[in-house]
Design a protein around this ligand. Structure first.
Ligand SMILES: *Cc1c(COP(=O)(O)O)cnc(C)c1O
Length: 369
């Protein structure tokens, strides 16, 4: 039934992507800009196709984690600004060459970037400043703001086009107080910056769950990743958002297993009774980690749940189809709009982000328009 090399493919529904983008737009004000996060191959989908599609939908801004991702979409013709969340000093020449926007998150990075600009005789280069408000990952601390302002005003190498921060637990209602504290700390920091520099930066702090849970903190721009791909932490939002990425495969072979026969490496599964096991061309090299093995994870065949038995192999996994009427070549749904990546991820203690972003590049991508 499939012509692709592996028998497994990722289906990317661009209509659902458009639906999600429009939904996010509908819950922010007209004046708030929207930044689409396309890091990690657009959350495991397809970096270039997704970015070009979002540009057509008139997204205001893009963000990636690392520079190679930004260069790929620039070279594919994307014109909108691209923010790099976590640039490294050896990227600076290319950042300038490809007209990318670095996040400056420490004095070390700020000074090294200024050195690059000085060397290339570039002035007023647009950058975003990252403020640490409690995630303790990257960013200037609030007690460094005065020194930061002095450095900004000391010369005119950089133009502060944005000031942002990131919430630690925006999806967690038990941590609302902490999120509000982060937002308030952020307000103090960016107000001080705005009051003391010439530039008028874009202010942003909300990721997808921040957009949904903290409408008063949208400021000038919001950053959506997982929401665009169809997931959020709120049930009613989950109805408005549609998962964009499906993972589908087909049964390669079915074995009749007798009681006490083992299945897969290390004989991790031993059949308690006579059974049927189906082999699926999908393994841990494709992003279905061994954590999904041994009865935790599952796929759907003929709308019935088939548990993964034994260890997940590098390129294949086996599922129990004893109670499923199926044959070799039949379609397998690993996840789709109905049987979501989030549910599968949960079975192994993972989250949708991890399962999606871990999908291997070797899996063929198909697009539904
Ligand atoms: C990944 C990331 C986002 C996107 O978060 P979602 O929860 O996927 O919307 C936003 N901002 C920063 C700094 C990130 O690293």
């Amino acid at each position: 039934m499939m012509s692709n090399n592996q028998g497994t493919f990722i289906e990317i529904n661009l209509k659902s992507l458009e639906n999600n983008f429009n939904y996010i737009k509908s819950i922010i004000s007209k004046n708030t800009k929207i930044l689409a996060v396309v890091k990690a191959c657009a959350y495991g989908s397809d970096l270039v196709r997704i970015s070009k599609f979002l540009e057509k939908l008139n997204v205001d801004y893009f963000a990636v984690a690392y520079i190679s991702e930004a260069i790929k979409i620039r070279e594919a013709g994307v014109k909108k600004p691209i923010l790099i969340f976590h640039p490294q000093p050896n990227n600076f020449a290319d950042i300038i060459k490809y007209n990318l926007t670095p996040t400056l998150y420490s004095f070390r990075i700020l000074n090294l970037f200024k050195d690059s600009l000085r060397e290339k005789r570039v002035k007023k280069y647009p950058i975003h400043l990252k403020i640490n408000t409690g995630l303790n990952r990257v960013g200037f601390d609030s007690n460094e703001i005065s020194k930061l302002i002095t450095s900004i005003n000391n010369d005119d190498f950089i133009k502060v086009e944005g000031v942002f921060s990131h919430l630690s637990a925006s999806e967690d209602h038990l941590e609302t107080e902490f999120s509000l504290k982060q937002i308030s700390l952020f307000k103090q920091s960016f107000s001080k910056i705005i009051d003391n520099i010439k530039d008028e930066p874009l202010i942003h702090i909300c990721n997808t769950s921040g957009i949904i849970n903290f409408p008063d903190a949208h400021f000038d721009m919001v950053r959506s990743g997982i929401g665009i791909y169809g997931f959020s932490n709120k049930l009613n939002e989950s109805n408005s958002l549609i998962p964009v990425v499906s993972l589908k495969s087909a049964i390669s072979q079915i074995h009749d297993i007798r009681k006490n026969d083992s299945v897969g490496y290390n004989r991790a599964y031993v059949a308690p009774k006579d059974q049927r096991a189906a082999t699926i061309p999908l393994g841990h090299a494709d992003g279905i980690s061994r954590a999904y093995g041994n009865g935790k994870g599952f796929v759907y065949i003929d709308n019935k749940k088939a548990a993964i038995i034994g260890n997940v192999c590098m390129d294949m996994l086996m599922v129990d189809v004893s109670d499923i009427d199926c044959e070799e070549g039949d379609e397998v749904i690993v996840f789709n709009e109905k049987y979501t990546a989030e549910q599968l991820a949960e079975s192994a203690g993972a989250i949708s982000y991890e399962l999606l972003a871990g999908l291997s590049q070797r899996i063929e991508r198909k697009f539904i328009n």
